[in-house]
Design a protein around this ligand. Sequence first.
Ligand code: NDP
Length: 263
Amino acid sequence: MKLFAIFGDPVSHSRSPLMHNCVFTHLHYPACYTRVHLQEGAQLREKFFTLGLSGANITVPHKEAAYNACDEIRGFANEVGVVNTIINENGRLIGYNTDADGFLFAISEFDNIEKILILGAGGTAKALAKRFIMEGIKVSVINRSAPRLAFFQEIGCQTYSWDTFKTKEYDLVVNTTSAGLKDDNLPAPLEIIENVLTHTHYVADAIYGKVTPFLEQAQQRNIPLKDGADMLLGQGVLANELFVEHSLSKEDIQNEMKKSFLL
Ligand code: NDP
């Protein structure tokens, strides 16, 4: 029996255990998935091995620490220095990033996305921004604090802190901050939020399972929107394929994982 886990702080809200256990149980894969509340990202590697894990997902705020904990990084995670999935390959930790492709899957129903504003500059924002740029999308980023913006400038994004922000027209505004996850905060001052919401066609939030104060503002203006549930599904399917070493079909994984959203 293999053991998998999600590490995060907070982590009690995470639906990943339910999603992955649904796949393991219904597709008869001998594995179990749990959650670990981890406050210090630097302890990730030690905890991983102490628990005897075969793999893990990493959530807020440890995705950059997860990159540093790995022995080898594969694929898109190399582009951004952010890891959300780790596989134990014969005692070596291999890091991947499935968030960005999960998010592209999530917004595939929105048409003509050419200009995106990202709220936040953490691990998730990095992965999305880089992936959007690779797709030829123009990306702007606004964050509460300035130091994290350097990465985004280097990859060609227009960047702002709250006090330097100037609104443009956007096709999509995405909240990747953790504001609204465990509190009732908006991702930026109300004045900025009101401003950007009058200049976008679509809105998305990486947070799932609740209507965040940000989504509430979009709802009041009848802007087509989505929360982070489809992103969660998209990244989860890709992570599960890695966990089971591609021994199950992607379609079966997706079907079983979708069912967990009804629980
Ligand atoms: P990080 O900790 O790496 O980044 C958090 C970001 O949020 C930083 O830019 C930080 O700003 C900003 N922030 C935090 N609190 C506030 C606040 N009160 N007001 C404004 N900005 C704030 O987190 P992650 O990138 O890993 O995750 C971000 C969110 O995305 C989480 O809510 C997570 O649950 C969600 N997520 C959802 C996924 C899904 O599958 N649906 C997948 C991945 C993430 P500063 O730099 O100033 O500190």
